[in-house]
Design a protein. Structure first.
Length: 278
């Protein structure tokens, strides 16, 4: 008997590896209740429109890398003393970037954790080869606009990973280093975030007089190294499998904290019920 792929709502009777993306693991880390509702009851969380301009910057940064892939580096890397870092060539690179079908087969960016029978993975932005060591490095593209809240007072500052809410970015890198290593690659713990930060300080506008239907947006660009810690990933998958098998009732939502920590869905639901007197 051929069974279907095991994804979405957890099916106790499906023996196939249970496909779990890094975003679902992130949900588990942030709020057990949201994870329980989604994975054990099939309740989808509120949908938020994707920031397509972020997707566009990812596409363009990847195209930049493609122009020199397997041959040389880009000026932004060279200027940071990283001229030995070359965009990695691999026959499955396009599949690795496909986050929606990450679990389709082993040519995608996934690995099966044997102890839990969880097929874990996601969609990579890019991979670079260190020509000095022979190791690969996970690369993630990020875009932001730091100066939008108080534009008149904004002081241009470098991009960083210091904001507390960026812990999710760091955990993403941890997870992807772990997956790449489980797939058999010699991967460094050092990953890189390529940040582009939209600017408006001392810029007169964005419309182009010579091309009335075109506009431009200027970004500052930087490469930020991060030392990943993948040691927590496997123990977390074990906790997730135990949770899926044994958590028969929905736990409490994680209280909403500062800096985007905790569960905003739970906060909203609790405040709504309180306002309705229920």
């Amino acid at each position: 008997m051929v069974t279907k792929r095991h994804r979405g709502k957890f099916d106790f009777g499906n023996p196939n590896p249970y496909e779990l993306s890094r975003t679902r693991v992130e949900t588990f880390l942030k709020c057990r209740a949201c994870f329980w509702l989604q994975q054990l009851r099939g309740v989808k969380p509120p949908e938020i429109p994707s920031f397509t301009i972020n997707t566009t910057t990812d596409i363009l940064l990847k195209r930049d890398a493609d122009t020199v892939r397997g041959r040389s580096t880009l000026p932004i890397w060279d200027s940071d003393g990283l001229g030995h870092m070359v965009p990695f060539e691999h026959e499955h690179l396009e599949n690795w970037a496909n986050s929606l079908q990450f679990g389709l087969n082993d040519t995608y960016f996934n690995t099966v954790h044997e102890e839990t029978n969880i097929k874990f993975g996601g969609g990579l932005d890019d991979v670079f080869l260190n020509t000095k060591t022979g190791q690969i490095h996970i690369v993630d593209y990020k875009s932001q606009a730091q100066g939008t809240r108080s534009p008149e007072k904004y002081i241009v500052k470098p991009s960083s990973l210091d904001d507390p809410w960026k812990i999710g970015y760091k955990r993403q890198m941890d997870m992807y280093v772990w997956v790449a290593r489980e797939k058999g690659f010699d991967v460094s713990n050092i990953g890189y975030f390529v940040y582009v930060d939209a600017q408006h300080k001392n810029i007169g506008g964005m419309l182009i007089d010579s091309e009335p239907t075109k506009a431009w947006l200027q970004f500052n660009a930087s490469v930020i190294p991060y030392e990943a810690d993948p040691t927590w990933v496997a123990p977390t998958l074990i906790k997730i499998k135990e949770f899926l098998l044994n958590q028969s009732v929905c736990p409490e939502h994680t209280p909403k904290g500062d800096n985007f920590t905790g569960c905003d869905v739970g906060r909203y639901a609790n405040e709504m019920m309180e306002a309705l007197g229920r």
